[in-house]
Design a protein around this ligand. Structure first.
Ligand SMILES: C[S@@+](CC[C@H](N)C(=O)[O-])C[C@H]1O[C@@H](n2cnc3c(N)ncnc32)[C@H](O)[C@@H]1O
Length: 247
C-alpha cells in the first residue's frame, strides 16, 4: 500500500540513511539504557500503561500474540503473565534491543513461550490471519510508513482478532499541556544527553510525538487500513493513548 504518511520526523536530520535505518541505529545505541530511562522518565507510569493496554485483550483470551516493535520485550513478558497465550512472538528492527529482550526472556524462563526475532513491521514475515492478537507499545510512531505498518498488522490478524496500540499523545488541557511541553522540550533531551549519552534520541522523542496523528486522526487511519470497531482511550491527562481495533 502506498502511504502518504504523516510528517516525517527523523532522529538525525540531514543523514543519508532512511528513517528505518536511523531508528534501528538509534535503538541499538541506547538499548542498554532504554529500560532504565523509560521507567525513570515516566516515573514508572509506563508499566501501568502497558498493563492497561493488555487488560483490553483479556476477554479475547488470545492463544497467539504478536508484539510488534517489541524492543526489549517488556510487553511480551507482561502479556505472558496477564494473558497466558500459548505462543508470543516479538519482532523488532533493532538487534541491540532484541538481544537484551532475549536475555530478559531467558532469565524469566520463558524462552519456550516467547520468541523475539528480527523483523520489520512494514513487511511482516507471517501469512495472513496468523495471530489472535497484536500489541504495539510506543512503536508505531517510529514506523517509516505508518499506514503500511498498520495495514500489515491488520493482515496478519485473524478475523475478529484485536490490535492494541499504545502511543504517546499530547495533552490538551492547561496546566498539564504546558508542564508536559516544558518537560518534553527541555528536560527529556537533557536526561537523554546525560544518561543515555544520546541527545538526538531524546530530542527526536518529543518531536516525533508532536508530529504523530492522535485521537480521531489515528482512528481514521486505522479504519482506512482495514480495522473495525476502533476506539481510543487517553491515559494520564492525555500523555498516552490506547487504540484498540478489530480486524
Ligand atoms: C520506543 S521502543 C518501544 C519498545 C517496546 N515496545 C516498549 O514498550 O518498551 C520502539 C521500538 O520500535 C522499533 N521499531 C521501529 N520501527 C520498526 C519497524 N518498522 N518494525 C519493527 N520494529 C520497529 C524500534 O527498533 C524500537 O525497539
Amino acid at each position: 500500500m502506498a502511504s502518504k504518511d504523516v510528517q516525517k520526523v527523523v532522529p538525525f536530520e540531514g543523514s543519508k540513511l532512511s528513517k528505518k535505518e536511523q531508528i534501528a541505529h538509534m535503538f541499538d545505541d541506547i538499548a542498554g539504557r532504554y529500560d532504565f530511562l523509560n521507567h525513570f522518565m515516566s516515573l514508572g507510569i509506563d508499566v501501568q500503561w502497558r498493563k492497561k493496554a493488555l487488560k483490553l485483550l483479556r476477554p479475547l483470551q488470545p492463544k497467539t500474540l504478536l508484539d510488534v516493535a517489541t524492543g526489549t520485550g517488556d510487553v511480551a513478558i507482561m502479556a505472558h503473565r496477564m494473558l497466558q497465550p500459548e505462543k508470543i512472538t516479538g519482532i523488532d528492527i533493532s538487534e541491540g534491543m532484541l538481544a537484551l529482550g532475549r536475555e530478559k526472556v531467558a532469565k524469566a524462563g520463558l524462552s519456550d513461550v516467547i520468541t523475539l526475532q528480527q523483523g520489520d513491521s512494514e513487511t511482516i514475515s507471517f501469512p495472513d490471519a496468523t495471530f489472535d492478537a497484536i500489541t504495539a507499545a510506543f512503536g508505531v510512531r517510529n514506523f517509516e510508513h505508518l499506514e503500511k505498518g498498520l495495514a500489515e498488522m491488520c493482515r496478519v490478524l485473524k478475523p475478529g482478532g484485536k490490535a492494541v496500540i499504545l502511543e504517546f499523545s499530547n495533552p490538551t488541557k492547561t496546566p498539564v499541556k504546558q508542564l508536559y511541553n516544558f518537560y518534553f522540550r527541555y528536560i527529556t533531551p537533557m536526561i537523554g544527553k546525560w544518561i543515555a549519552r544520546n541527545q538526538a534520541a531524546y530530542t527526536y522523542l518529543p518531536d516525533s510525538v508532536k508530529a504523530f496523528p492522535q485521537g480521531q486522526a489515528m482512528c481514521d487511519i486505522l479504519h482506512k487500513v482495514g480495522f473495525q470497531a476502533v476506539t481510543c482511550k487517553t491515559l494520564t491527562f492525555g500523555i498516552c493513548s490506547i487504540y484498540c481495533a478489530t480486524r
